[in-house]
Design a protein around this ligand. Structure first.
Ligand code: C2O
Ligand code: CU
Length: 467
């Protein structure tokens, strides 16, 4: 497969970032926000529509896409990514959803802890038919970056453009010049500019790898920032199968949060791996000089099956302008996550991940030798469990659990430091990872590999939690 030269793909659309320099001013270039129609400041009420539309992945060559649009704004068009749902910690969210697609769907709120009937999967509700509607309602119990997407034919519907970020703000005392959301994705585009109809064996095995690699729906995006400023970047990987291994040469990321919110102790890293479905919340100190151009890029990560190294791929350019204001000191304490308490009497469950590629055009991915939808739901009660996810395959699988979060244990069986909440975690090939899971919500929840081609070809299960 030929990876197109990104520089040829990028039109130099030098949009400037609005509102940079204001404390905590969200500046999410390329992302709209859903209109809140409810005057009550503690309720976010939106109208979300899934519909057909167009998006230019290649300049001047629009593709037919499926996407989300803001149903509360007359004449709104679908955008890629979809408009962000945004609220504050403790708000109540009401989403009036309308399906204008030609096929049935559901909307899942990835990472959000919510009542089971609003989880948006075929395990929790009837599929929403074309022209059908559904009202989702849930409280925002955790601050951080989440996202939403369909949970039917995910490999097809999400690839066509149905995904959007969900940001839950909280006053956590981190002073930044900009709080940005970066939605990382790739898409496989034919030379006509349309979405490629071809799914080859490699796509099935690795998850579909796109040839247009985007931040917030656009390849080669350029953003403006002030030199000397501190910014907060929240990343989500919405790709079907691509792993992003981020670096900003010459700079470090200070990781302050994971999927489910702040970690208890921030830590610095040069590279940041995001597997499909994962989120990271980082601080960058843009200590460069005016005129500097910084390149955010993704570098190779070996996830098995001898995936070739395409070399570094530029994702985004940060143009440093005149010096901004100096940021206030970072807070003295972060988050309030404590270790989940468990002992040798805690129930342990094992999930064995396997792949069978004897027929390369029809690989099967299983959990405990069952391939979804032919599965027996796992029966559980409320409480704490230790899950052992044993990956017996030759590639990594990002394991995702709905409706609940977990802490990852080290080989000695204690939660890894810093402490933080994950709902999606990459279980590397031929290893076993242990998670301590807080099962605190009854209902039928899904768990699966977030490589969408794997999930849709068997690597998905259900957890039935008794009230
Ligand atoms: Cu991102 Cu089962 O979902
Ligand atoms: Cu997988």
């Amino acid at each position: 497969m030929v990876l197109w030269n990104l520089r040829m793909l990028c039109v130099a659309t030098l949009l400037s970032v609005a509102a940079c320099g204001d404390n905590d001013a969200p500046s999410d270039q390329g992302i709209e926000t859903l209109t809140d129609t409810n005057p009550d400041p503690s309720i976010v009420e939106v109208e979300l529509v899934a519909a057909e539309g167009a998006h230019e992945y290649l300049p001047g060559k629009p593709a037919d896409v499926w996407g989300f649009r803001d149903g509360a704004r007359a004449g709104s068009k679908v955008t890629i990514p979809g408009p962000m749902l945004e609220g504050k910690l403790g708000d109540r969210v009401i989403v009036h959803f309308r399906n204008e697609l030609p096929e049935e769907t559901t909307i899942h709120w990835h990472g959000i802890r919510l009542p089971h009937r609003h989880d948006g999967t075929p395990a929790s509700q009837q599929p929403i038919p074309p022209r059908g509607t559904f009202d989702y309602e849930f409280p925002l119990m955790d601050a951080g970056l989440f996202w939403f997407h369909p949970h039917m034919r995910g490999d097809v519907q999400i690839e066509r453009g149905l995904y959007a970020p969900l940001r839950v703000l909280a006053d956590d005392g981190i002073d930044v010049a900009a709080d940005r959301v970066f939605v990382l994705d790739d898409v496989k585009i034919a030379s006509t500019g349309k979405l490629s109809e071809l799914t080859d064996n490699l796509d099935l095995m690795l998850g579909r790898q796109g040839n247009v690699i985007m931040v917030n729906g656009e390849a080669g995006r350029v953003i403006d920032a002030t030199s000397g400023s501190r910014e907060r970047w929240r990343f989500v990987n919405t790709a079907n199968g691509r792993y992003f291994n981020l670096e900003l040469p010459g700079y470090k990321f200070l990781v302050v949060g994971w999927d489910g919110g702040l970690v208890n102790t921030p830590y610095e890293t040069d590279t940041l791996l995001l597997t499909p479905g994962e989120r990271y919340d980082v601080i960058v100190e843009l200590a460069g000089s005016p005129g500097d151009k910084l390149a955010l890029r993704t570098v190779h990560y070996d996830r098995g099956h001898n995936i070739p190294d395409p070399g570094p791929i530029d994702l985004l350019t940060i143009d440093l302008g005149a010096a901004g204001r100096a940021p206030a000191a970072m807070p003295a304490t972060f988050g309030t996550v404590g270790p989940v308490v468990f002992d040798t009497a805690t129930l342990r469950r094992r999930f064995i991940l396997r792949e069978d590629d004897t027929i390369p055009a029809a690989p099967v991915f299983t959990i405990n030798d069952e391939a979804f939808p032919n599965i027996t739901p796992v029966q559980a009660s409320m409480g704490t469990e230790v899950w052992e996810v044993q990956n017996e395959s030759e590639m990594d699988h990002p394991f995702h659990l709905h409706g609940m979060s977990f802490q990852v244990l080290d080989d000695a069986g204690v939660p890894i430091e810093p402490l933080g909440w994950k709902d999606t975690f990459n279980v590397t090939r031929e290893t076993t990872r242990r998670f301590v899971v807080k099962i605190d919500s009854p209902g039928r929840w899904m768990y699966h590999c977030h490589i969408l081609e794997h999930a849709e070809r068997g690597m998905m299960g259900e957890l039935e939690v008794a009230p």
